[in-house]
Design a protein around this ligand. Structure first.
Ligand SMILES: Nc1ncnc2c1ncn2[C@@H]1O[C@H](COP(=O)(O)OP(=O)(O)OP(=O)(O)O)[C@@H](O)[C@H]1O
Ligand SMILES: [Mg+2]
Length: 85
């Protein structure tokens, strides 16, 4: 089933991350830490972020929880339980 197409059995995700990008302004310039990340998490689901070291797993998790330091810039949307953060 394509979750992006509403239907009679469509279930809205608990968490939807749409085109999220995170960068950091540092003394050495701008670091593009994660780019154009999209994911969906439904109730009672577990989602693992997997990838090589430095690919942005922790940065994306921190952005979702709004725990990034002040030199971070976040683009994109995070929708949790229907609320757009
Ligand atoms: N506060 C920060 N300032 C500048 N760059 C940062 C900062 N935090 C993370 N980065 C950079 O963002 C990129 C992604 O880092 P992140 O910690 O999300 O990687 P990761 O996928 O969690 O790696 P690992 O598997 O080693 O935990 C890296 O290039 C990292 O150096
Ligand atoms: Mg990490």
């Amino acid at each position: 089933m394509n979750r992006h197409l509403p239907s009679s059995s469509y279930v809205r995700p608990l968490l939807c991350i749409d085109e999220m990008s995170v960068s950091f302004d540092t003394s050495l310039g701008r670091v593009k830490a994660a780019q154009n990340i999209c994911l969906e998490l439904h109730e009672r689901e577990t989602l693992a972020l997997v990838g090589e070291t430095g690919c942005g797993k922790s940065v994306i998790a921190s952005a979702i929880m709004q725990l990034l330091p002040s030199n971070a810039s976040v683009k994109g949307r995070a929708i949790f339980s229907g609320i757009d953060f």
